[in-house]
Design a protein around this ligand. Structure first.
Ligand code: C2E
Ligand code: MG
Ligand code: MG
Ligand code: MG
Length: 276
């Protein structure tokens, strides 16, 4: 569970499945300091139009610049954060940084930010988001909050936060769509605006006839939801997804997660191409 992905230029760090409770609490203590001392940072991965390649938005993805172990990927520490409750302060740190960086770009793109299913049950979460948007003079329609389908979302306990977000114009996106235990029930019970086709299905597209990718698009269409295909790595996958009717996609083909400054430059280039 704690297999840290060794990122390029970083030392591999392995937190084993059977990692001792004391080590887990050590990591938790370190993470608490990391949030406080701004050891976290965000990378941005473009979300593009499959019709013309224009940048429609980006997804913010958190990293931890660990003082000893180097850059850690989120699957190393998000599970610990979820278990220890640190996911709440971590999520607020991520939102604050994401909205601040978005405010610094001269663009109207939508920024997707990952949140925990737990945030939807936190009283005050929608208020927090609203206060941030006010502080940076960002319209709610510029933010989409991604909740992974792989963690249970409690529809009743999330109702008031979802209504609060809706009132702000903030979109809710169901991440890793199609991999959850009750995919269709979730769509029925939780009002969302967008689904993100999990990369398992995106990447199955060239080999088979892509029944799941096609079916998800139909479901999204019937419910009036945006659909974004995740994990597009090849031109062939992009072409076939476009042929199926997908309008938006994300993946290494279009851009790896990159530092804010690099994404800012990508936006500038994109604006120049559009006006040329
Ligand atoms: P996710 O939200 O589904 O994010 C997409 C993941 O797929 C990212 O991994 C991204 O780097 C990777 N990816 C993007 N395009 C491709 C591709 O073409 N091929 C392949 N093989 N992978 C691709 P990352 O950044 O390691 O994040 C992993 C997960 O950690 C995220 O999955 C999300 O669930 C979670 N996460 C990341 N940032 C945050 C955050 O700020 N808060 C919370 N609560 N969770 C986060
Ligand atoms: Mg996501
Ligand atoms: Mg995803
Ligand atoms: Mg995914």
């Amino acid at each position: 569970m704690y297999k840290a992905k060794a990122l390029p230029g970083t030392a591999a760090l392995h937190y084993d499945e059977g990692m001792a409770a004391s080590d887990q609490s050590y990591l938790g203590a370190e993470l608490r300091e990391a949030i406080r001392d701004d050891q976290l940072f965000l990378l941005y991965q473009p979300i593009v139009s499959l019709a013309d390649g224009r940048v429609l938005g980006a997804e913010a993805l958190v990293r931890w610049a660990h003082p000893v172990h180097g850059t850690l990927a989120p699957d190393t520490f998000i599970p610990v954060a979820e278990r220890t409750g640190l996911i709440v302060p971590l999520g607020r740190w991520v939102l604050r940084r994401a909205v601040r960086e978005l405010a610094g770009w001269d663009t109207d793109i939508v920024l997707n930010v990952n949140i925990s299913a737990r945030d939807l049950r936190e009283p005050g979460f929608a208020f927090y988001v609203g206060a941030l948007l006010d502080a940076y003079e960002i319209s709610g329609s510029r933010i989409a909050l991604e909740v992974t389908e792989s963690m249970p979302i409690d529809p009743a306990a999330s109702e008031s936060t979802l209504a609060g977000l809706r009132a702000l114009g903030v979109r809710v996106s169901l991440d890793d769509f199609g991999t959850g235990a009750s995919t269709l029930a979730m769509l029925h019970d939780v009002p969302v605006d967008e689904v993100k086709l999990d990369r398992t299905f995106t990447q199955a597209v060239p080999s088979e006839r892509a029944p799941v990718a096609a079916a998800v698009l139909q479901v999204a269409g019937a419910l009036g939801l945006h659909a974004v295909a995740e994990g597009v790595e090849t031109r062939d996958q992009a072409d076939r997804l476009r042929a199926l009717g997908y309008a938006a996609a994300q993946g290494f083909l279009f851009g790896r997660p990159m530092p804010a400054a690099d994404f800012g430059r990508m936006l500038e280039r994109d604006a120049l191409t559009a006006s040329a």
